[in-house]
Ligand binder design. Structure first.
Ligand code: FCB
Length: 479
């Protein structure tokens, strides 16, 4: 499939040479509460599903937990100072629901709110715009014990929580994201069980996906009514490619693979964006959900609630999803409904996560989303790479592979803008090395190195490079 933009021409998927970004383009960095905050038992914070999961032996590499993480709860002022040194325009962070409502219901805890209040004030004083995500996976454990996202009531609890956070921060925070990557919450959390809460029940995963969307709709409606200026949903969308297309971006999908590609794309992207932006589920998704526990959890009126006017779709992109037809293959545990599909092993240059490095996938994705979902702005809310970085004797972290990764992906973003995508900004994952979920601390995504023994922060070479990119609003000719 050749990607064709609105003008009917096939844009190049990577910009070569110097690339200047549009005036007003937003440059940022992201983190998430459980991955950096620590202070797990402070100021009334309740337990989240990630506390329970990471404290269960065998669930996280090295037995790591987020108990201390980057100790950002105490060191936020130092971290904001680093952001200032880098010249960031925006900082994307998430609010830990169990700090606001220890068991997921009832009045907001003023101590939890006060932390985000301090953080927001610190950011604003440094001239950095806060981008607040309400749910980046740390569901209060008490709600999980009542069924978690597989239970409909969680969607209502989420909207109530969203309102409470907005009531405190809404006078200073304009940018609100409801959910981070609902596909991951639902399918890694409830189907493959690789993430919290670690369930392996495909029917529960599809219910969770729907209730996450319902929670998004209810929260978006409440935020809008309360005066939120910009509302977004962040998805882990990716182009679904065949192996041939990874090597040759202009190659078409072979007819034999077309159905596999279409089905995986429906599950990954259209299952979430079609309801949120068009008010409908793709027919092939409904057919799969029906085979996994039925459709009784879809109530009349849900799709109208889910389809709220939103301003932006946030795109988290790391790598493409590579599949082909695989007659006789059982469904991948994270992908119920993918019988007869082969998920292809990654090839070519890989990051420390084993993820293939394919920058053209990002331009392809952004062009596709802007063609299929016109009328909503796009922003890259996460993009980055893990490598095994070390601080050398001279105090430098020479993470040249990360810089190359980021440079390539910024060229892809630039090409997508040239091709007509309404792309508002780019937010790198991550500001800091942090607790990388099931991988624990062994995978470092930061542009800032964190020594977890001493909590010392060191700007990696990629951070210094990024600072220069921000300053000139562009990337230079490749050396
Ligand atoms: C994304 C998550 C983020 C981080 C990156 C590597 O799926 O949103 O928290 O773990 O992957």
């Amino acid at each position: 499939m050749t990607v064709v933009n609105a003008r009917g021409t096939a844009p190049s998927l990577l910009t070569e040479g110097r690339a200047d970004f549009p005036a007003g383009f937003v440059w940022g960095a992201a983190t998430a509460s459980y991955q950096i905050e620590g202070a797990a038992e402070e100021d009334g914070r309740g337990r989240s599903i990630w506390d329970a999961f990471s404290h269960t032996p065998g669930k996280v590499a090295g037995g790591d937990t987020g108990d201390v993480a980057c100790d950002h709860y105490h060191r936020y002022a130092e971290d904001v100072r680093l952001m200032g040194e880098l010249g960031l325009h925006a900082y994307r962070f998430s609010v830990a629901w169990p700090r606001i409502q220890a068991d997921g219901t009832g009045p907001a805890d003023p101590r939890g709110l006060a932390f985000y209040d301090r953080l927001v004030d610190e950011l604003l004083a440094a001239g950095i715009t806060p981008y607040t995500t309400l749910y980046h996976w740390d569901l209060p454990q008490a709600l999980q014990e009542r069924g978690g996202w597989a239970d409909r009531d969680t969607a209502h609890r989420f909207a109530e929580y969203a309102e409470r956070v907005h009531a405190r921060l809404g006078d200073r925070v304009a940018h609100w994201t409801t959910l981070n990557e609902p596909w991951v919450s639902a399918f890694l959390g409830y189907a493959s069980g690789v993430h919290a809460p670690g369930e392996r029940d495909p029917a529960a995963a599809f219910r969770a996906a729907h209730h996450l969307l319902l929670g998004h709709g209810l929260a978006a409606r409440a935020l809008r009514a309360a005066g939120a200026r910009e509302i977004s949903l962040v998805v882990n969308s990716a182009p679904v490619l065949t192996p041939t297309q990874v090597a040759d971006p202009s190659a078409p999908v072979a007819e034999a693979d077309a159905e596999a590609v279409r089905r995986v794309d429906a599950l990954l992207t259209r299952q979430f964006l079609d309801p949120a932006l068009r008010g409908e589920y793709p027919a092939e998704v409904l057919e799969i959900v029906e085979r996994h526990g039925g459709l009784a959890h879809l109530a009349d009126g849900d799709l109208e609630t889910i389809r709220q006017p939103i301003d932006l779709v946030g795109v988290n992109y790391y790598n493409p999803c590579v599949v082909e037809s695989g007659p006789g293959e059982p469904a991948n545990p994270a992908w119920p409904g993918t019988e007869d599909v082969r998920f292809c092993p990654a090839e070519g240059p890989l990051t420390a996560m084993g993820w293939p490095i394919v920058p053209t996938g990002l331009s392809r994705l952004l062009l596709r989303l802007s063609a299929d979902y016109p009328g909503v702005g796009l922003i890259v809310t996460e993009n980055g790479a893990a490598f095994d970085d070390t601080v050398e004797e001279d105090g430098r972290v020479r993470d040249t592979r990360r810089t190359a990764y980021l440079d390539g992906h910024l060229r892809a973003v630039h090409a997508a803008i040239e091709g007509g995508a309404d792309l508002r900004g780019y937010i790198v994952w991550s500001l800091l090395d942090n607790f990388e979920w099931a991988e624990g601390y062994r995978r470092r995504f930061g542009i800032v190195h964190v020594d977890f023994g001493t909590q010392r922060r060191t700007l990696k070479d990629s951070a210094l490079w990024y600072r220069d990119v921000i300053q000139r609003n562009g990337v230079l000719e490749k050396a």
